[in-house]
Write a protein that binds this ligand. Sequence first.
Ligand SMILES: C[S@@+](CC[C@H](N)C(=O)[O-])C[C@H]1O[C@@H](n2cnc3c(N)ncnc32)[C@H](O)[C@@H]1O
Length: 135
Amino acid sequence: MGSKNKLKRFKENETFSNVIQPTREEITNKEFHLKGKWAKEFFKNDLPIVLELGCGKGEYSVGLAKMYPEKNFLGIDIKGARFWRGAKTAVEEEMNNVGFLRTQIELIDLIFAENEVDEIWITFPDPQIKYKRTK
Ligand SMILES: C[S@@+](CC[C@H](N)C(=O)[O-])C[C@H]1O[C@@H](n2cnc3c(N)ncnc32)[C@H](O)[C@@H]1O
């Protein structure tokens, strides 16, 4: 994907109410504002929360949200230009039980309260351990 296209997607993500893109500092410097309040304040309901870690384009998050309207689905990925696809589809289809969080999945302990997450999916993760990440 060209960098122009990526920038366009980043910009559009900022306009989607189903996307949240906190800075690392917002997560690590103090208690994250949605911690313990995801259902009520982000999804605006009290349904159980399912995470998809490394959601890519968000096809599973969107597909599962359609299949299970009694649950909330949150796709998490560091690459916003990828999950833009799922976020846009969810906006276009007026889905209220799916959202996307741009962050590193290593930070999830700081983002969700104990017992706040009901289920975690990891679909087709990156198989290789990159040398620079092994440290
Ligand atoms: C192989 S893709 C799988 C995408 C999707 N789950 C699917 O099945 O199509 C792995 C995804 O994990 C994301 N990812 C890898 N490491 C990550 C990390 N530490 N934090 C957030 N996302 C990560 C990548 O950006 C990529 O989109």
